[in-house]
Design a protein around this ligand. Sequence first.
Ligand SMILES: *Cc1c(COP(=O)(O)O)cnc(C)c1O
Length: 485
Amino acid sequence: MPEKLIFEMSAEGRKGYTLPKLDVPAKKVSDLIPKGFVRSKSPILPEVSENEVMRHFVALSRMNHHLDKGFYPLGSCTMKYNPKINEAVCRLDGFAGIHPLQDEEDVQGALELMYYLSQHLCEITGLKTATLQPAAGAHGELTGMMLIRAYHENLGNPRKKVLLPDSAHGTNPASAVISGYEPVQIHSNEKGLIDMDDLKANLDEDVAALMLTNPNTLGLFESRIQEIKSLLDKVGALLYMDGANLNALLGIVRPGDFGVDVLHINLHKTFSTPHGGGGPGSGPVAVSHRLIDFLPAPVIKKEGAQYILDFNRPKSIGKVFTFFGNFGVMVRAFTYIRMLGAGGLVKVSKNALLNANYLLEKLKPYFDLPYQTRPMHEFVLSGDRQKKLGVKTSDMAKRLLDFGVHAPTIYFPSIVHEAIMIEPTDTESKEALDEFADMMIRIAKEVETEPDLVKNSPVTTPVSRLDEAGAARNLKIRWTPESAG
Ligand SMILES: *Cc1c(COP(=O)(O)O)cnc(C)c1O
């Protein structure tokens, strides 16, 4: 290993602190803590100096890839740069120091922020009301599907099926199933959009909703969305939109205007809060007027100059999260929205579209492009041409690591062979895009001239090819004296 574990650096008696001498009578631990809570053995902790701790973690941060280090074109994940002002604001004492059990009167500022964040999200999406409780996109989907179920139940029949295009994000069918629905797959046509005939063939009064990502996971806008909406209306089915790709739409089109009933938004993608590595995230759900009554309690309301938490909601699906959601993420997203304003947000999406289309034009001659429809904020290439020469998409992704960038999303969506899904985001300069295009083109050429170089990559990273299946099945993430041998 290029960097030792902090336990392996430990030396007995070494300390990372300097404290003044004890100037009060010493007490035994057992006098201070009830007996049952006192541990019998000291915990095993590394003994290291402050200097060693600092260098250790800086070394680890260099081994890891992150947005402050380099380009991160991970399709569908919107790994845009996270402005540091967001962090500064959410660390303000008035935000960081409050407790969710404080009385409403004492946290009016926090409630005001949440109230206006919901309002801004509604203005951006064209929907009526939003809940900020869900902790991530997938959690927002589950909440949204529970709302749809509650809506149909209220009309007397929860219905049975949820339709999902074959390009859907994997979390969509999972959310439908957990909400008690049978997922039904709808095919994509040769343009990469919903096959309208297949949709019509599967629509009946057992369908609770269509779950649609728009732009879809190929980065393509479902241009027949209004027609889709009227087909759903005819059988009383609702339109759920996975809004994780909202980075393509800000200020350009509002999902509420094309008839969406429920939409989840990933604050940690579109609104620039740090994500990856498991959270925390925030997946607000915005709804049309039809679903307001069912929203999770409490809903934040404004009465005169006061912000109040309204728990009196008899038709609510209940609570979907402890307290009110991941507040720190909301403060960051709110800061981002207010900093940019309406004009700035439009530019975000226009730049996201421009960057993706610019990069696609540069890469198109070197890779296969299965769907010719012009993309929005991301695009999906195929590594089929390279596969025929014996080099897989995963090999090319590994080779990219040698150049110090994060690899794109690969093998998703599954309707594209050897998929390479690239989302450059709005925050990259033309120079950064050119540099990345040069890397991809160089790799495409290496596949023809030096395929083994690509197949044996990466060579510049701290570790090379890992046993990925073994790592997933035989996970060891905890150091113990026994494991150290
Ligand atoms: C990221 C994403 C999700 C899931 O969001 P999480 O916050 O990771 O749970 C759902 N759908 C799409 C299209 C996404 O890109």
